[in-house]
Design a protein around this ligand. Structure first.
Ligand SMILES: NC(=O)c1ccc[n+]([C@@H]2O[C@H](COP(=O)([O-])OP(=O)(O)OC[C@H]3O[C@@H](n4cnc5c(N)ncnc54)[C@H](O)[C@@H]3O)[C@@H](O)[C@H]2O)c1
Length: 353
């Protein structure tokens, strides 16, 4: 168990990964502080339901921190791209660590709505780093993305290979924040771990991503879009493997010893190391849902990459961690959650009719 006084700030706590991490850290005895703007990129109901599951009920007029009944998870609705709202998050005692997950994700939207990516990925990160420079004892764990590897065919991807040719604005903002955070780590001695996540999925997942979208469409008898005629591969990584890695890395950074040979800025891949072909992935979903998909085969989408494939050995060796959720098991867990969540919400909707 952690020292109960350790205060961890999670940005993007109403988001998919932030919610799961908050739940885990709350259970492990940390004092968790979460921030999120609860934007409407996807269902705000899903984001508020995740917070409710953490014991935090967000009202229409909450303007300060609110806490769960156990008083170990706290939440503030704030837009980090606004410097005054970001500054409010840092009023009071210092945080032992900041896990920065808030961002505007998604490749397609970065083509149609580029400005949001500059605000939520670049300006918000800059505002946070400006706050951290006065608090260099706060360890920083920060989300980047496998998208920084662009169209590289040099697989599996290792952290040391070149990542200066992003093919989407989303990837370009993620790569930019990696570089900006390097400057802050160097100048202000902020202990920084940059984490390149590979296609994360699981219960409470994001409706804009393939796992949720495909199950949803197949269950509702709608057509699914199969891009690049199905000739794509993804290194699907189950949420609890991501969260277990983050928890162990957090402990590692909080208990950093004098013998620690890591530098103040390290990049780590977090990925399952087992890419799956898109058509095999769809077959697995059909098997689990016991329903055939209607498929529309389409060309490659702008901004998309052909393959993601992590070499995660650097972090595995540091943490002695092994990924232990095969895709079929993870998809089954997602499907169980999906059915329960949608049954509850359909019943709730019907009861209001
Ligand atoms: N899920 C994946 O497969 C994946 C893969 C690679 C990288 N990542 C990165 O991991 C992080 C978490 O991803 P996720 O899947 O949980 O996404 P998510 O969209 O579910 O969560 C992000 C949260 O950040 C919040 N947010 C956005 N802009 C904000 C702002 N200006 N101020 C405050 N809050 C803001 C959103 O409301 C959202 O709840 C992101 O940085 C994402 O780029 C995710």
């Amino acid at each position: 168990m952690a020292d109960s006084k350790q205060r961890i700030l999670i940005t993007g706590m109403a988001g998919f990964i932030g919610y799961h991490l908050a739940k885990k850290l709350g259970r492990e005895g940390f004092d968790v502080y979460g921030v999120d703007s609860i934007n409407d990129y996807y269902s705000t109901k899903l984001k508020k339901d995740r917070l409710l599951d953490l014991g935090v009920a967000v009202g229409p007029t909450d303007i300060g921190w609110i806490s769960n009944p156990n008083k170990n998870i706290h939440f503030l609705q704030a837009d980090l791209s606004k410097s005054d709202e970001c500054a409010r998050v840092f009023e009071g005692d210092h945080y032992d660590a900041l896990v920065h997950l808030a961002a505007q994700p998604g490749v397609r939207k970065s083509i149609s709505h580029p400005a949001i990516y500059f605000q939520s990925n670049l300006v918000a990160t800059y505002n946070l780093l400006e706050q951290l420079k006065d608090s260099p004892q706060t360890a920083l764990l920060m989300a980047s993305s496998s998208s920084v590897y662009g169209h590289s065919s040099d697989t599996p991807y290792t952290e040391s290979q070149q990542t200066d040719a992003p093919v989407s604005l989303y990837a370009a903002t993620k790569k930019s924040t990696e570089i900006i955070a390097h400057y802050y780590a160097h100048q202000y001695k902020i202990d920084t771990s940059m984490l390149r996540f590979f296609t994360v999925y699981g219960p409470w997942g994001r409706p804009d991503m393939a796992v949720y979208g495909f199950f949803d469409k197949i269950m509702n008898g709608e057509e699914i879009k199969v891009f690049n005629q199905g000739d794509l591969k993804r290194d699907f990584t189950y949420i609890s493997d991501i969260v277990d890695n983050l928890h162990l890395l957090l402990l590692n950074r909080l208990n950093k010893t004098k013998e620690d040979t890591t530098t103040s800025y390290e990049i780590y891949n977090i990925g399952n190391q087992s890419p799956v072909k898109l058509l095999d992935f769809i077959s697995l979903i059909e098997k689990i849902a016991n329903k055939k998909a209607k498929k529309a085969f389409l060309p490659m989408q702008p901004g998309d990459v052909y393959e993601t494939y992590a070499d995660s050995n650097k972090l595995k060796q540091l943490l002695h961690f092994d990924y232990n959720t095969p895709l079929e098991k993870g998809l089954t867990k997602f499907y169980e959650w999906y059915k329960t969540y949608h049954t509850i919400n359909t019943k709730a909707l019907q009861s209001h009719e």
